[in-house]
Design a protein around this ligand. Structure first.
Ligand SMILES: Nc1ncnc2c1ncn2[C@@H]1O[C@H](COP(=O)(O)OP(=O)(O)OP(=O)(O)O)[C@@H](O)[C@H]1O
Ligand SMILES: [Mg+2]
Length: 262
């Protein structure tokens, strides 16, 4: 018997109405199951509905059709079983690192002493020990993103939703963040859904890469990544890795061309 997936996306569709009353079909018939503890990435052309799907999973917006289930329960609003990290860090500038990481817990009514203790654990896990009392402006971009991820983890979600979390970082910092994220994922045992435009990032991190078609977003192909774990950056030079990146790139290239031509 296979275990119930932690995340079930069933026939999800979403159409937005523009101000001029025209409609944009952002998502159509999305079906996806994610097993507990998996690392799944979503790649696809710009405007293919990836962020929309993440917002629907989080419960920030409603789908028009279909449903999303987490642990078998239909999602209707945001909940503590899910946490999102967006592309641009959304840290509170007037709060310190530890206050930012503990923020979700204090909002949920956890006493400061307990919240701070939990936050400290995730600060350590994110490699930020010693920076607890720093303010966001005193940190590098990579450190701020790690605070962001730590803040997402601190509320102990079952599923961590990451929307291009490293897009603002330079190439070297980004590679370091990828290995950090793998380490945190391994140690925390969370289920991760990552949106990225960087195909090598998706392949490096994931158990499965979901390729979206251009708008309206549909699941074009699901590609299993059978590379052994634990992985380090050297794997990016292996032939298997390069072939997987190439295969996914070709799928997306066709979509980008098709959408540019339409
Ligand atoms: N609130 C909204 N109102 C109207 N249209 C929207 C809204 N949010 C998204 N859209 C439209 O839905 C489509 C999908 O947007 P979405 O942000 O999900 O794409 P994406 O795949 O995340 O793109 P990118 O890779 O550029 O981040 C786009 O055409 C976008 O303009
Ligand atoms: Mg997006």
């Amino acid at each position: 018997m296979t275990a119930q997936p932690i995340l079930e996306i069933e026939d999800v569709g979403k159409t937005f109405k523009r101000r001029d009353k025209t409609e944009v079909v952002a998502l159509r018939d999305i079906n996806l199951d994610v097993p507990k503890g998996a690392f799944v990435s979503i790649v696809g052309a710009s405007g293919s509905g990836k962020s929309t799907l993440l917002r629907i999973i989080d419960g920030l917006i409603e789908s028009d059709s279909g449903r999303v289930k987490v642990n078998g329960k239909v999602v209707t609003k945001p909940g503590r079983d899910r946490a999102v990290v967006f592309q641009h860090d959304s840290l509170l500038p007037w709060k310190t690192v530890i206050q930012n990481v503990a923020y979700g817990l204090t909002l949920a009514g956890v006493k400061w002493k307990d919240a701070a203790k939990t936050a400290q654990g995730f600060i350590d896990l994110a490699g930020l020990s010693g920076f607890e009392t720093h303010f966001p402006h005193q940190l590098s971009g990579g450190m701020r993103q790690r605070v962001n991820v730590a803040r997402g983890l601190a509320v102990d979600p079952d599923i961590l939703l990451l929307d291009e979390p490293f897009a603002a970082l330079d190439a070297q910092t980004r590679e370091i963040m990828q290995t950090e994220l793998l380490r945190i994922w391994r140690q925390s045992g969370k289920t991760v859904i990552l949106i990225t435009h960087q195909i090598d990032e998706a392949v490096f991190l994931s158990d499965e890469v979901v390729v979206f078609s251009a708008r309206p977003g549909t699941v074009r192909e699901r590609i299993a990544i059978p590379l052994a774990r634990p992985r380090d950056l050297d794997i990016k030079r292996s032939q298997d890795f390069v072939q997987l990146v190439d295969r996914i790139w070709k799928l997306i290239e066709e979509e980008v061309r098709a959408s540019a031509a339409s």
